[in-house]
Design a protein around this ligand. Structure first.
Ligand SMILES: [Cu+2]
Length: 486
């Protein structure tokens, strides 16, 4: 829940500085109160009361499992107060991680303004080391770009700096530190920024729903609570806004609505984001809106490291549509990594002998790994299973970067609540075929070879002179598992 803190003690105690200028007590008193939120649910869109700064009223974005930072107007300037600080983030029920973030959460709150707004951002550093904030993608004076050591001195612990610039172009942006980046981003310091157009823009459509979230990744050893910060590529928590399925809320839409989704990638690898059931277009990139004649239809958009993409579609098919990263190991929890492929291996006999040595020994992956979705195996505390999250028909067998797009006819405009699982109309769902209904299969799957003909077109061989290899002696999977039961 949102609550207001008063920073007076912290700020008076530290030697606060505004852009290198020492701040006197009256100036400190003038700082906007920082707003904090630790709840990881999707907050309702925040509409500023009455005033929208430079532009027309806009439809606010909804940050998936996140929230929008309230501002105050002061002398025509939108003033925000970000506090960089340690936070505890729940990635999914049963799994929480010690991170660094802003104003109680990681990612920090979304900053939402209108093109032409003059924006003033106070940044208070409550981390144990220095930091800065870089406003990724913005046009701004060089001294406001936030690269520590290049554009400004680092913000020491306990101090407050102020950034001020005009939001010059509409679009999708991010913010993150440019100070000890590897550590601070591995610890979750990042946030989203949306600048709405100040007037009707020919390349920016009005949409009924406007979602945003960041792609982020962490390396948390199973059983641990704090990320490893030196990991270069081998992350094991693949998250959207520091949440993993089933902790990621669904995107909901009313049938026929135009929906925009803005996605930024602050992981160390690219993510092909795939949505089932609809086609979308990339209507904006890091550099701004894409002119309509330059767009093409997609069902998957690859979002490279450091990029932002905004996509749009008409939600014109009812149902619960999967939406996920198409790198299959990014829809797996931490236990999905580093397991050898055991498919086809016959464990009979072996398991029994191993269990004499290790009573809890069980077979993993003998028939594939789908069993992991229902298995209740003991895990270290504070660790998610490899595949988690169930649907109306059982385990979905995915975790990590996965959620659903839920399109409903009877949803009220502006209602973002999870409508529950979709009920397919009779006759519109894949169904089992009972024995006897199957169309008759031909006895022979290959046409008889014509004498002298060779499938490859090369010199005729004498197929009947070759010995027929014995069929591979694989045991067919059946029923239960050996070594454990569920
Ligand atoms: Cu991915």
């Amino acid at each position: 829940m949102e609550r207001r803190h008063f920073l007076t003690q912290t700020l008076v105690g530290g030697a606060a500085a505004l852009a290198g200028v020492r701040v006197t007590s009256p100036a400190l008193a003038a700082l906007p109160d920082p707003v904090s939120r630790t709840d990881a649910s999707t907050a309702a869109a925040w509409t500023p009361p009455g005033v929208t700064g430079a532009g027309r009223p806009y439809r606010p974005v909804v940050t998936l499992n996140g929230w929008t930072l309230p501002f105050r107007m002061k002398d025509g300037v939108k003033e925000f107060h970000l506090v960089a600080e340690p936070v505890v983030r729940e990635f999914a029920p049963g799994f929480s991680v010690n991170l660094w973030g802003y104003n109680g959460s990681s990612p920090g709150p979304t900053i939402e303004v209108v093109e032409g707004d003059r924006v003033r951002l106070y940044v208070t550093n409550r981390l144990p080391e220095h930091t800065t904030v870089h406003w990724h993608g913005q046009r701004l004076p060089n001294g406001m770009d936030g690269v520590g050591g290049l554009n400004q001195p680092q913000i020491p612990p306990g101090q407050t700096y102020v950034y001020e610039f005009v939001a010059r172009r509409p679009g999708t942006f991010m913010y993150h530190p440019h100070a000890d980046e590897m550590v601070q981003m591995a610890m979750g310091m990042m946030g989203f920024w949306v600048t709405h157009p100040k007037e009707r823009h020919p390349w920016i459509a009005d949409v009924a729903r406007d979602y945003c979230f960041l792609l982020n990744a962490f390396d948390v050893t199973p059983g641990a609570r704090t990320p490893n910060v030196n990991t270069m590529l081998d992350f094991n928590i693949w998250a959207w806004n520091s949440r993993v399925f089933p902790g990621i809320d669904p995107l909901v839409a009313r049938l026929g609505e135009r929906v925009r989704v803005r996605i930024g990638n602050l992981t160390m690898t690219n993510h092909p984001i795939h949505i089932h059931g609809i086609e979308f277009e990339v209507t904006g990139t890091d550099g701004g809106p894409v002119r309509p004649e330059a767009r093409w239809p997609e069902v998957t958009v690859d979002i490279a490291v450091g990029q932002m993409r905004q996509i749009e579609f008409i939600a014109d098919e009812e149902g619960d549509w999967a939406m996920h990263c198409h790198k299959s190991h990014h829809t797996m929890g931490p236990m999905g990594h580093g397991i050898p492929n055991l498919i086809g291996l016959d464990h009979r006999g072996l398991v029994h002998r191993l269990q004499r040595l290790v009573p809890d020994y069980m077979v993993m992956g003998e028939r594939g790994m789908a069993d992991m979705g229902v298995m209740e195996m003991p895990l270290p505390d504070n660790t998610l299973p490899m595949m988690t999250g169930s649907g109306p028909y059982g385990p979905i067998e995915m975790g990590g970067m996965f959620t659903t797009l839920k399109v409903r006819r009877d949803l009220a405009p502006g209602d973002y609540r999870d409508p529950g699982w979709y009920r397919q109309p009779p006759g519109t769902q894949a169904r089992p075929l009972s024995v006897g209904q199957a169309p008759a299969a031909a006895d022979e799957t290959m046409p008889p070879a014509r004498p002298g003909a060779s499938p490859s077109g090369s010199a005729p061989s004498a197929p009947h002179s070759q010995p027929v290899p014995a069929p591979f002696d694989a045991r067919k999977p059946h029923g239960g598992h050996h070594g454990h039961s569920h």
